[in-house]
Design a protein around this ligand. Structure first.
Ligand SMILES: [Zn+2]
Length: 149
């Protein structure tokens, strides 16, 4: 009698890719603009984020579309990790900018306080951070998270 194959536990349904974002899609960062005109222009290198808030938005969108290269390029070399891995079950669902400091044309530093919403394994959650940014050679870079007060 042929041996019965052990029952294979069903793998969790194949990793769901982030929803496809095209240049004509609404930008994941929530600004009233298409991805191509907003964060997409930063991701492709056609535009540089003019303020820490825009850099924060473009970094959030990079998480949403899975652009690790952009996240690393906009990370200060002093604090940049060697690499990034995305959790394929994590889907970014919205960004709230709670406040900003500095970051104007007259500043070389700025902070952006935000809450990023996501679902992980279908469970809604959010991440709060007050991020620090510096401008070097005309480009805004993410440095790190300020310790929460
Ligand atoms: Zn955007």
């Amino acid at each position: 009698m042929p041996k019965k194959k052990p029952h294979q536990p069903k793998k969790p349904r194949a990793t769901r890719r982030p929803d496809a974002v095209t240049p004509a899609s609404p930008c994941p960062c929530g600004r009233d603009a298409t991805y191509g005109d907003c964060c997409g222009a930063c991701h492709t290198g056609h535009a540089a984020a003019p303020t820490p808030e825009r850099l924060m938005r473009s970094r959030y969108s990079a998480f949403a579309v899975g652009d690790a290269g952009y996240l690393l390029r906009t990370w200060h070399p002093r604090t940049r990790p060697a690499g990034l891995e995305f959790d394929v079950d994590q889907r970014w669902t919205g960004l709230e900018i709670l406040g900003t400091t500095g970051g104007s044309a007259f500043h070389d530093e700025g902070t952006v306080e935000f809450r990023a919403h996501y679902t992980l394994h279908g469970q809604a959650d959010s991440q709060y951070e007050n991020s620090r940014f510096v401008r070097e050679d005309g480009r805004w870079l993410y440095v790190d998270a300020l310790p929460s007060a």
